[in-house]
Structures are given as structure tokens and as C-alpha cells.
Design a protein around this ligand. Sequence first.
Ligand code: HEM
Length: 474
Amino acid sequence: MVKPSTSPSVRKSPPGPRGYPIIGCFPQMASKPLQFLTNAAREYGDVVHLGSIGPQQLYLIAHPDCVKYVLQENPQNYTKGENFQEMKLVIGEGLVISEGDSWRRQRRLMQPTFHRQQIGGMVNDMTGITAKLLERWSQLGSGTTLDIYDEMLLLTQNILLKTTLSIDVDNGDTTDLIPAWNTIYKFLSDRLWAVFKPPISFPTPKNRSFQQAVNTLNSIANRIIQQRLQGNDAPNDILSMLLSTQDESGQGLSAQQLHDQIVGLFSAGFETSGAVLSWIWYLLSKHPVVERQLQVELSTVLGGRTPTVDDLPNLKYTKMVVQEAMRLYPGAWVYARNNLADDEIGGYHIPAGSMLLLSPYVTHRLPAFWDNPEGFDPERFSPEHSVGRPRYAYFPFGGGSRQCLGDIFALTELQLVIAMVSQHFRLNLVPEHPVEPNPLLTLQTRHGILMTLEPRATLDNASQLDTQNALLTH
Ligand code: HEM
């Protein structure tokens, strides 16, 4: 096992591919980020030097123990800030990107809102919004082709709007928030791998429409918060909880902080879940044995009814499907840290001011920790198969004190949506449709995921499935 070294005498630089002066390995990385980083870890090992971009050294931290060191054992030396300058223009100083005392206070204030018990109270909203999607699909009829990526993004967006702000898009509530957010997200995603980026302050048409979208988003968020602050109604949603939260000295979040949290939740809370869901449908369509096993569980536990919060612990295989899908296609596929002081990781010297990439996509596929790493096998996450696996061999939600605040929200949502949709529809991948990951801010697909709807007569007992299985295997 590799242990991060603590010896101050070690000044060894990690190995890595040869890069170009000034731009390092950026061109290779930008052209095929997933393959490039996965191969780099397999070829060069636990910590890889990816050259320098300008004056800044760039490293990939791949080994689980080294990831643990950065996220959990020495987090005070690692900041997010510098990598989020552009995002800051949108989400201000909210929890997602703040640092130090400001982050600590916000996290303390927000944490209770995302406790398992509070999330339990959001289950009806999650299933209600999903039921509306199923109703719409039922009207479309068998054989209809849909881009499941778009559908899942819309679903998770609607769930977030309902649980956060009580906005019910399916019931006719309209909001300019969605198009504004989509413009912002596309703009920031496009810039991620761009070699030439005109400063955002330049009045180019793209910059102008980005700025306009940010203004729209800000004014909508402010309007909603002001209405709540002035009005008497307090719907049961995340905004209400944030409005009533207080620290030990009786102080709550200011209007500006509320704004930053709401916009921050929007930035963190639906693109990832939507992307993961669409990957799950893709994987299930390619693995009929897993799909059948899932059906057996749904039939046994639910027998065709809508899941409730009490069913979640019994939907064990459903959860394993979600976990395994997030191993192969983690929505947050990479994130970055900057180190404040010199450090040593895995026996290598990392100079202060470097940029470190942590990639669940890469670490989740390391052959040293995962047999047949490219294969889709939810059984890996059964208790007996999980024994002995290092904690940070799997970190789709990050780790340490900055672990995803919405992990329980996301896992609950994913389990419920899979259980509901799978009971009513089989989703078949359109043959020949190319499905290719597109690593932007989240792990998207380059051409969407085209699938046809096949309504399923609700299977109300497992024996029906067993008969089906028997027929299929003969
Ligand atoms: C499958 C879905 C999701 C994935 C894969 C995911 C992943 C992550 C990861 C990896 C981080 C840590 C990033 C870092 O350390 O730099 C993070 C942070 C965060 N996530 Fe999620 N997330 C998901 C869903 C959600 C949802 C649904 C919400 C809220 C409704 C949410 C809210 C947040 C917040 C507020 C943070 C910042 C926490 C902090 O810095 O203290 N996430 N997420």
C-alpha cells in the first residue's frame, strides 16, 4: 500500500508524460481527457506529473491513499478557490466554493437541512414529480424515441426546483431560471477545454449573453427570497429551512448568503444526478441480466406500487446498481485543488501553488482495486465484496469535510427514480446510436442517449420474472 510520505527530505518529482513548454500536456488532455488521464495513471502510477501550464505545475492524484491524504488528512493545505473564479461570477461566495471560516459557518448552517430525516420529507415531492414524467411518457406510447439525457436532466431539474423553491414546473409554474441557467452552464462548459478564452469582461456576443443570463438568474433568486422574507407563507422546502436556520449566536444567513446558497445548490444539484441517471438507463439496456435482477427486487419489495421512504433500505440491489453506475460514470468526474504550502504525496514532492486533479473516473477504474474495471457489475457493492476496499477507491461524492452536502438527497432521488421508472418502462437503446462520454463540468454524453420507450405490464410478483428468466436462459 502506498503511504503519503511525511519525510521533509524527499524532493522527488512524480513521473509523467512529456509535455510541451508552457502548455504542458494540456493539448493531449483537452483532446481526450478521460482516456488521457486514465492511461496516465495506469502508465505512471499513483501520482502523475502532467507538466506545467504557465508557471503552475499540474498533477493527477490517482491512488486512493493519496486522494485520502488530500481530501481528508491534510485538507487545510488544499483550496478549491482558484479553480472556480469563473463559477464565482455566478454563485458568489456560497458553500460550494467558499473557504475557511466563511465555508465552515455556512456548512454548519446548511448541514441540518440535508440530514437523512429532512430528505425523507422530500420523498413525496421526488416521487410526485417522477409520476408526472411517467404520465407524460404513457401518453407518448410504445416505441417513442426520446433523448434520455435531456429527459433525465429535466426530471432532476424539476425535482430540485420543487424541493428547493416549491416551484412546480409540471403544474404550470413558469420560470426564466431554467433557460438562464442552461446558458450559463453551456458557456462555462465550453470554456473548460478551450485553448483561447477571451476574458469574460470583453463584450463578445457569447460573453454578453452569459452576463445577461447571470443577471436574470440573480434577479429571479433575489425576487424569490425577498417574497419569502416579506410574505407569511412558508412552504415546506429547502429555502424555508435555510431561512430559519441559525448559528449558536442566533444569527442566520443574510439575504446575499441565501442567494448564493440557492444559486449554488442549482449549480451542484441536478446536472450531476441527471447525468448519472441517464448513464444508468444506458447501462441497464446493455446488461439484461442486471436489469432482470433489478426487476426481481422491485417486484418483491414494491409489487408495482410507488416507493416510500421506508422502502429505501429494502431496495438494496437498486442502490448497488446506482453505486456501480457512479463508479463507471461519476457525474463529478474530476475536480481540482491548489496546495497552499509545499507538500509530499505518495513519496513525491508537490511544490506550493500547484494544481492537483482528483478524478473519481480514473481512480474508479484502477485495475489494482477493481477486477475487470470496465465491466458493469453491481455485485461489487454487496457487503461481502466491499470488504477490504480502501475508502477512497470509490469517491463519487468526494470526501473529508467537503464531501458533497447533497449525497443523501442524490442517492435517495436516484433510487426512487430508478424504482419508479423501471416498474413502468423498459428503455431500449436505439441500435447504432453512438454513446460517448463528454467530460465537461459533469460527465455528459456527446450525442445524447437515444432510447425507445417500452411500457411494461407491472410485474407484481417475482415468480413471473423467474418464469421469464427460465425462458430466456433456454
Ligand atoms: C449524483 C449526484 C451528485 C454528485 C456525483 C455530486 C458530487 C459532488 C462532489 C464530488 C462534491 C465535492 C467537490 C469537491 O470536493 O471539490 C460535491 C459537493 C457539493 N455538492 Fe454534490 N453531487 C451530487 C448531487 C448533489 C445534490 C443533489 C446537491 C444538493 C441538492 C449537492 C450539493 C453539493 C454541495 C452544496 C457541495 C459543496 C459542499 C462543500 O463544499 O461543503 N450535490 N458534490
